[in-house]
Design a protein. Structure first.
Length: 85
C-alpha cells in the first residue's frame, strides 16, 4: 500500500537545506530554506537571484534573509539549483 505525502510535508522536509525556487516571472532563487507558511511564503538565507534576460542569465548574491511571496512561486526544487541543472 502506497503512503500519501502532502506538498507542504515535502517542503517541510527541505527546511535547513538548499532549495531552488522558480518564480512565475523570469526570476529564480537559490538559498537555504529557513521556513514557510501555509501559503508557501518562504524565508531563505544565503540567496542568489538569477534573472533570465534576452542577453543571457544574470546572477546576483543577496545579503541577509529574503522573503518570497508564495503567490509568485511556480516550482520548488529541493537540493539543487540552476547551476546543477
Amino acid at each position: 500500500m502506497a503512503s500519501t505525502i502532502l506538498p507542504l510535508e515535502l517542503i517541510d522536509k527541505a527546511i535547513g537545506s538548499k532549495i531552488w525556487v522558480i518564480m512565475k516571472t523570469e526570476r529564480e532563487f537559490t538559498g537555504t530554506l529557513l521556513g514557510f507558511d501555509d501559503y508557501v511564503n518562504m524565508v531563505l538565507e544565503d540567496v542568489t537571484e538569477y534573472e533570465n534576460l534576452p542577453t543571457g542569465r544574470v546572477s546576483k548574491k543577496l545579503s541577509g534573509s529574503t522573503l518570497l511571496n508564495g503567490n509568485n512561486v511556480a516550482m520548488l526544487v529541493p537540493g539543487s539549483g540552476p547551476e546543477d541543472a
